[in-house]
Design a protein around this ligand. Sequence first.
Ligand code: DC
Length: 226
Amino acid sequence: MSGTRRLIVAIDGPAGAGKSTVASRLAARFGLLNLETGAMYRAFALKANENSIDPGDTVALGQLAARTSITLEPTSSGNRVLLDGTDVTTRIREAAVTQAASLVSVHPPIRQWMVNLQRKLGADGGVVMEGRDIGTVVFPDADLKIFLDASPEARGERRYEQSGKSSPQEIILREIRERDDRDRNRAQSPLRPAPDAVVIDSTHLTLEEVVSQAEALVTARLAAPA
Ligand code: DC
């Protein structure tokens, strides 16, 4: 199955659309490495927070990036994330990091640094890479691009259920709208589907329905001439 090993599948979409679940299911089914680029922005944001760097200060963030190493190790249960050699897989999910990741990711020098790292990670193919700009910027020649979308309300509802209903639903929805706004309106590589992406709107679909649509797309791509 050398075709499977070399495939590059890009999955983009807003927060809470189900990208991580779909990416990990595709990775398991087709023997691909699952690379979650949001985790890289999160790891950098964690370091910025720890160093008390203003997430709006482009110059200070650029200097910090120059002395930062971020590694993703795909495992069957998701990505293990190393920040300067330390495992930060759990810490990058904290609310303060989620907020900071959304802020630090708007800066062009930070995006350029991340894009270069991500291109190196995926260079040999055999990957499903998930994020916001994979099909538009990181791998514009990806073999398959999926843009996974859902209404803010549906995504807020899912996050609310996943959080064990621990935070008020209206706060989750407000944060989703704020992150959407930043992701879609930033100057460099705003979140949008690539012209050749297949858009799956999961608002009224179950997870299994989304996964099976995505699997069918990969199967069709593998069957098509290179
Ligand atoms: O997917 P996530 O919630 O883990 O992403 C964290 C933040 O990183 C999110 O606010 C947007 C940003 N991000 C990005 O700008 N580009 C990517 N390829 C992945 C994530």
